[in-house]
Ligand binder design. Structure first.
Ligand SMILES: [Zn+2]
Length: 384
């Protein structure tokens, strides 16, 4: 094995862009890539080029009519009313030129990561442009045209006969992936997210446990708004170990959205960089114990592209490689981006203490989350 970890990257992945004002901005992938390069944490021989996914691969999850609609929309040939039926042309998923091609690069990048790990060419692989998790079989949703997470899972099942554990720590519920495998006992989904009470997509309750043969293979830990590092990590760490021990996966795929951070403009959680240093550390340990190390990580949500995403995703890569950057952020990187950044760039890898005021309901939120966690894992306790 040449490398323990590979990083899937090329500028082709940056073409997934709805508009200049849309919150989903793949510049964040470039920002993370450059931060890693400037920090000396990413070598040439660790970078692998993605490919575009084929239509057949995309149709492992998506309906052919939908794929055709995405192609037509990207060529400006889709009637507005028909487009809206497919969730295309909405505020969340506007139509943009060549959207099919841009989306198939994202899917292909995640499949490239999957093949590297499943063929034993590397233990871990990172596809930061991927991790889209809201799209449905026949409908775009939540900034997601093609659900690369679901496609990757189905691809691993078919090509490698793998039992797959999907772990989603995005602030939003991983609904598209959950519903795609809801009745499938060979895929286990675990999502830790802000409760859907006030947040898109509104699903992800503890009662969504799977259906038919897949009953008991869907886990949700919806945490309260304003949840902080300690409680978020407690929910994540306990649920991941218990679910992995219950399911005994062949491979783990993690969706590493970083929109639970306090700075994120779209959500209401209060975690900091501390959470984003711990999440991959634990995922790596779990993959080592249950899957011979096999771990594919993707990006996901993350809408403070200046203060949060570059550091958090760079850290994810560093943990894959047993590195732990700390202290000052690379001077070159800060110089290059300071004038363009919408917020003053944090000068250090860690968040400064006191970026938010103490949360008065902290104890109440912690015990409520603990009770939610217990209930989420109840079916495992009952069966063991
Ligand atoms: Zn999200």
């Amino acid at each position: 094995m040449k490398n323990d970890s590979v990083f899937v990257y090329s500028p082709d992945l940056l073409g997934y862009k709805f508009s200049d004002s849309h919150p989903f901005n793949q510049l964040r992938v470039q920002l993370a890539y450059e931060l890693l390069r400037d920090s000396g944490c990413l070598d040439d021989d660790q970078i692998i080029k993605p490919r575009q996914a084929t239509d057949e691969e995309i149709m492992l999850i998506h309906d052919s009519g939908y794929v055709e609609a995405v192609k037509q929309a990207g060529r400006g040939q889709l009637n507005r009313e028909i487009a809206l039926n497919y969730g295309l042309g909405t505020e969340d998923t506007p139509i943009f030129p060549n959207m099919h091609e841009a989306s198939s690069w994202i899917v292909g990048a995640t499949l490239t990561a999957v093949d590297y790990v499943m063929e034993g060419k590397s233990k871990h692989a990172l596809s930061l442009s991927g991790g889209l998790h809201h799209g449905f079989r026949g409908k775009a949703s939540g900034f997601c045209i093609y659900n690369d997470s679901s496609i990757a899972i189905e691809y691993m099942k078919r090509k490698y006969n793998a039992r797959v554990l999907y772990v989603d720590t995005d602030a939003h519920h991983g609904d598209g992936v959950q519903w795609a495998f809801y009745d499938d006992p060979d895929v286990c989904t675990l999502s830790i997210h802000e409760t859907g009470r006030y947040l898109f997509p509104g699903t992800g309750s503890i009662h969504e446990k799977g259906a038919g043969k897949g009953y008991g293979f869907s886990f949700n830990v919806p945490v309260d708004a304003f949840t902080e590092d300690e409680s978020f990590l407690e929910c994540y760490e306990k649920s991941l170990w218990e679910v992995a021990d219950f399911f005994k996966p062949d491979v783990i795929i993690t969706q590493n959205g970083v929109d639970a951070h306090y700075y994120d403009p779209l959500t209401h959680l209060s975690v900091t960089m501390k959470t984003y240093t711990e999440i991959p550390r634990i995922a790596k340990k779990v993959a080592e114990k249950y899957c011979g190390g096999r771990w594919i990580a993707t990006g996901g949500g993350g809408y403070d592209i200046w203060r949060v995403v570059p550091r958090a995703w760079s850290y994810l890569w560093c943990v894959m490689n047993d590195q732990a950057p700390s202290g000052q952020i690379a001077e070159n990187w800060l110089k290059r981006w300071t004038s363009e950044a919408k917020h003053p760039l944090p000068p250090t890898w860690e968040d400064e203490s006191g970026i938010y005021k103490p949360i008065p309901r902290k104890d109440e939120i912690t015990s409520k989350n603990r009770a939610t966690l217990e209930k989420s894992l109840y079916s495992i306790k009952k069966s063991s």
